[in-house]
Design a protein around this ligand. Structure first.
Ligand code: ADP
Ligand code: ASP
Ligand code: MG
Length: 702
């Protein structure tokens, strides 16, 4: 027996259900024994919660929302079934919508929705979807039967996130299936009902297993049926190395252990609801995560087997919003039982702790919680340590909000040195500050806490460091698309393939601007097209605005290329370098301002570990500056530098004779790209002076 589960994303639209019918037909044809769990149609659970909350808040629009939901289910039924099937369905939908509406009216009147009532309200989502799917299958010649999971899944009365009574549930499942063995059971995910062992008058009340709980339903059924496999069908190609919404380059993890899948899902990978893995592991039932939209793809296989992979870790996940609470004070040092008291107090007030860290100095203990738990945690701790706080032995709880947890996960990390090094190196290079760090002694997971605004950047930087170390993506921001800027874009387009295949560097143009307009696209702007046309439709910009937006984009491995000759741009270099963004520029202004500024730029670049490159400041395309640096680094002393320091003057004097007008020769030099945008800077010697100054400074004569 197999248990299949299709998520809300797989049944968001009626056409998609037709696709699932095709998948199931294949199973029937192959003679497989299976049962199927469906979630509510995509978005329906959220809408039901919203309707109930609106009714609670006396917002009459709850009726409008209710009608929309009703219409959605009726429309699906009409699209997928006909004749008797449709008739039965419409009757079911009608009757149940009457029940739902009555409950909503009740909520509206008493202006309160309890967790218990909310569970009943949301249960309609799974009931409607499974009833519709069951009839659709019958309509397509598959012998299928609807099963309301409340008959077989028994829980405690912890509404909203009920715990399953496995003993009773497994018995009921076995019994039910023994009597309904020939039709395929189509089972409502997510919902259960209060077991007999609860208070008598609670027996049978509707409960839910927590958001995303249909995955869990599949595993509970699998345990009860001693199934051979659980298949979770969703809208992505399995468990990916990172959340594909945040890391575009994420790819499928072919095999994982239960422990790895558990860590990934606990730390934010929504693709599996974490409790799902518990009954699966207990009964050693392997799981497949498969894509409804790409059914032939193998997806991810989760079992006890550990396969060696080429990567040091399996995946990276994150929880986008957490708070970090720190208990500190002299009274903690060397006193046994502090941690026990702290965590008992939190457990007593039902605060779920995501992560804990304590330095060996024992002067503080930090723990992370969901923002919704922050207040409760604070009260619990203040109550537990009231005496110590009064005596100043323990400080007031320190609370940091708007943080994110990033976790790298994988069993192969164990006994493998250097993983933490790679982690912190990647974060450091991208200027991401770690607020706290935790590693379980199982070495299955290293978690770091970073500012929430750095979450996506950290995920991408780590993904790059651990999985794609063979290709480095440079996120390029370019200002100035005059002669030099457009030539650079041309060369980038020409060299992109070579750089990728031969040098493992991928160039991505994320932002580009001329003096008037800018365009940004985190997914990359096609730099083979005519950039001037692209820019003509861009947003109005200025150097300040462009740089601000570039910093806000917070891209990893970012490079700012300044192809202007503008002081307005150059004055921002230090700010850019301080944000861990490298700079590449032919613009000489920053290097020829006052000496203190020249030194500050180098210092900032050194501190943040990014590059500040300006090879073309002197000698155009010739490798002068780097050669000079190499010579100096290896102990050579520069005695003399000889050269023609102005390409423009050289051209002009070689071509100017009595047959030509001086202005024409200057113009020609400009057209050929030899002069500064303003050729007077060449003619009055400023440009040569600047080059000499840069050479002198590079040689250490500052
Ligand atoms: P379903 O409706 O099928 O239960 P969910 O929305 O609950 O689907 O879970 C699938 C989603 O999980 C994917 O669309 C993806 O956006 C998100 N997700 C987050 N992290 C990961 C990951 N590491 N691998 C795959 N998907 C992930
Ligand atoms: N429909 C429920 C939810 O949205 C359960 C699930 O999708 O797994 O949370
Ligand atoms: Mg889900």
């Amino acid at each position: 027996m197999k248990v299949l589960k299709f998520g809300g994303s797989s049944v968001a639209k009626p056409e998609r259900i037709k696709g699932i019918v095709e998948i199931l037909k294949k199973y029937v044809k192959a003679g497989e024994a299976f049962t199927v769990v469906f979630s509510a149609f995509g978005g329906v659970t959220d809408s039901l919660i919203d309707v109930a909350k609106k009714a609670e808040n006396s917002d009459v629009n709850y009726l409008v929302e209710f009608e929309k939901l009703k219409a959605r289910h009726i429309e699906s039924a009409k699209l997928l079934t006909s004749g008797e099937n449709l008739k039965t369905l419409l009757k079911y939908i009608d009757q149940n919508n009457d029940d739902l509406l009555n409950v909503l009216k009740g909520i509206y009147l008493i202006r309160e929705v309890s967790a218990r009532t909310l569970d009943y309200v949301v249960s309609f989502g799974e009931r409607f979807s499974n009833k519709i799917v069951a009839h659709t299958l019958v309509e397509n010649g598959i012998k299928a039967e609807y099963l309301d999971a409340r008959y077989v899944i028994k829980t405690d009365r912890n509404f909203g996130s009920a715990r399953v009574d496995f003993e009773e549930t497994e018995l009921l499942i076995a019994e039910y299936y023994a009597h309904h063995s020939d039709a395929i059971q189509i089972v409502t995910g997510f919902i259960g009902s209060v077991s007999k062992s609860g208070k008598n008058n609670d027996f049978g009340l509707t409960t839910t297993l927590g958001r995303g709980g249909s995955d869990y339903t599949a595993a509970i059924l699998a345990a009860g049926l001693n199934a051979s496999v659980i298949e979770i069908w969703t809208d992505v190609d399995g468990v990916l190395t990172a959340d594909p919404r945040k890391v575009k380059k994420a790819f499928t993890i072919p095999t994982m252990t239960y422990a790895e899948a558990m860590e990934m899902s606990h730390f934010g990978a929504k693709v599996i609801y974490p409790p799902t893995l518990v009954p699966a592991l207990k009964k050693k039932i392997p799981l497949y995560i498969k894509n409804t939209f790409n059914p032939d793809f193998v997806g991810t296989y989760i079992s006890t087997e550990r396969n060696e992979t080429e990567h040091a870790i399996q995946g990276i996940s994150s929880i986008g919003n957490i708070s970090l609470l720190t208990l500190s004070g002299s009274g903690l040092f060397g006193v046994p039982g502090i941690a026990g008291r702290l965590f008992s107090a939190l457990a007593h007030d039902a605060v779920n702790i995501i992560l804990i860290t304590q330095g060996s100095s024992e002067s503080s203990i930090s723990f992370a919680v969901q923002p919704t738990d922050t207040k409760r945690a604070k009260h619990a701790v203040e109550k537990a340590f009231a005496n110590e706080m009064k005596n100043n032995a323990v400080n007031a709880l320190f609370i940091e909000e708007n943080l994110a947890t990033i976790a790298i996960v994988g069993e192969a990390m164990r006994f493998r040195p250097g993983i933490a090094g790679t982690l912190f190196d990647a974060l450091g290079k991208n200027g991401i500050n770690c607020v706290a760090i935790a590693q379980g002694s199982s070495e299955l997971n290293i978690s770091v806490i970073v500012p929430r605004t750095d979450e996506t950047k950290a995920l991408n930087a780590l993904h790059e460091a651990f999985f794609l170390s063979d290709t480095l993506t440079l996120n390029v921001f370019l200002v100035g698309v005059g002669l030099i800027g457009s030539e650079l874009l041309k060369q980038m387009a020409q060299q992109a393939h070579f750089l990728k295949t031969e040098r493992a560097i991928e160039l991505k143009l994320v932002g580009v601007a001329n003096s008037r307009h800018s365009v940004f696209d985190i997914n990359g702007i096609d730099f083979t097209q005519n950039i001037k046309t692209v820019l003509s439709e861009g947003e109005a910009t200025s150097p300040e605005k462009f740089i601000k937006k570039m910093i806000e984009t917070n891209a990893s491995n970012a490079v700012f290329i300044d192809c202007t000759a503008s002081a307005d741009v150059a004055q921002h270099y230090n700010e850019v370098l301080a944000q861990s963004i490298s700079i590449v520029t032919p613009n000489k202004i920053a290097n020829t301002g006052n000496l203190a500024q020249y030194k500050i730029l180098r210092n900032t670049a050194r501190k943040t570990g990014v590059k500040f490159l300006y090879e073309t400041n002197v000698g155009a395309g010739l490798p002068v500056i780097n050669t000079l640096k190499d010579l100096l680094n290896s102990g050579d002393r520069i005695i003399k530098i000889e050269g023609v320091l102005s390409g423009s003057l050289s051209f002009i004097f070689n071509n100017f004779d009595s047959t030509k007008k001086f202005s024409d020769v200057v113009k020609k030099a400009g057209e050929l790209g030899f002069t500064e945008p303003d050729p007077r800077l060449d003619l009055n010697g400023s440009d040569v002076r600047r080059k000499l100054l840069i050479l002198a400074r590079e040689c250490g004569f500052g």
